[in-house]
Design a binder for this molecule. Structure first.
Ligand code: DP6
Length: 331
């Protein structure tokens, strides 16, 4: 292998991963599930070079026509991950690399850009080290990057992250193919600025919320109900659970110490508007990851109406329409 190009999607969590049992191996406190996004992905061009001293990365951000050099922090995360894989798999081989990374969507705005980037990178490292891994094992490798949700970008379509009890048992798997249900995730981009507090710092404070343990106790039942609604293709039941789970998750964020207030005034306006739209007969539901931007979950027949509605509202002009997508793959 010399150069390969890998594409990996971001994912939107229907049940959010929040809190870690073991931050070193990124063992989550709870199971989570998500859908891979067709319009939000990272493409990585990875070139393996023989000189281990060469470790370079260029990034082309959303809306930019040129590449920029990665920052020291961005490159450090990659080099730490590279060393981690060598140690974990006891690999003797050392090599250098040149990486070019392009995002189809705004980075660091709560649209899981680290999930798409690190899952793509996990694949590239797997190939560069000539490791032969199953999808489940590749999801474990992606989880070990530090961006836990990256493991859910590896398998296709609708994905479950099994909590597990150790490194080998905490992996992601596809519970339904991309064409299993044609639900849609419309991302309403309200702000593309980098979020102030990273998820890593957020996970660390999760247990300080007085609501965290009750959330943990409720989640197995919610997961069961959500899976049943999915199997029945019962959209209203499914959407209601997804929206309630997102609000439950943000109640924890806002009450942990220090509190995490990701929402803006626009976020609240959208949430209220979604409730109004339901009253007037449009089935759509909101969910929000650790950021300000809102994901609308709807069915295919409502997409045009919703896109028109929100563009006309003046709240956003950047709207990303996502269908369920395949996971990490070479292009
Ligand atoms: C709120 O630790 O995976 O998106 O590394 O920033 O992608 P990043 O975050 P990670 O936590 C994700 C938290 C979440 C919920 C989720 O995707 O399950």
């Amino acid at each position: 292998m010399r150069t390969i190009t890998v594409r990996s999607p971001a994912n939107i969590a229907f049940i959010k991963y929040w809190g870690q049992i073991d931050p070193v191996i990124v063992l989550p406190q709870n199971e989570s599930c998500s859908m891979n996004l067709s319009a939000c992905y990272t493409d990585i061009e990875f070139t393996k070079v023989s000189d281990p001293q060469i470790q370079e990365m260029e990034i082309r951000e959303f809306g930019h026509s040129r590449y920029r050099q990665s920052t020291r922090d961005e490159l450090t995360k990659v080099t730490i991950y590279y060393e981690r894989i060598r140690t974990l798999y006891r690999l003797k081989e050392a090599f250098g690399f040149r990486i070019r990374s392009v995002n189809s969507f705004p980075q660091k705005a709560g649209i899981a850009s680290s999930a798409s980037f690190f899952s793509a990178l996990a694949y590239a490292f797997m190939r560069a080290f000539s490791l032969s891994l199953s999808t489940e094992d590749l999801s474990i490798l992606a989880r070990l990057s530090g961006s836990g949700s990256a493991c859910r970008s590896v398998p296709d379509g609708f994905v479950w992250w099994k909590k597990g009890h150790d490194n080998a048992s905490s992996h992601a798997y596809s519970f339904a193919a991309p064409d299993a249900w044609d639900i849609v995730d419309i991302v309403l981009v309200l702000n593309t600025a980098e979020k102030q507090i990273s998820s890593i710092d957020g996970h660390a404070g999760a247990l300080s919320s007085p609501y965290y343990l009750s959330r943990q106790r409720m989640l197995p039942k919610i997961a069961q109900q959500l899976r049943a609604a999915f199997e029945d293709r019962a959209f209203e039941r499914f959407g209601t659970l997804v929206e309630q789970e997102a609000m439950n998750f943000h109640s924890v964020l806002m009450t942990q110490s220090p509190p995490l207030f990701y929402w803006s005034g626009k976020t609240i306006q959208v949430l209220q508007e979604v409730v109004n739209l339901r009253k007037t007969g449009t089935a759509c539901y909101s969910t929000i990851d650790a950021g300000e931007n809102v994901h609308l979950i709807c069915q295919r027949e409502s997409v045009d109406r919703l896109v028109r509605h929100f563009k006309a509202s003046g709240l956003t002009q950047t709207v990303l329409v996502n269908y369920p997508a395949v996971g990490t793959h070479e292009i």
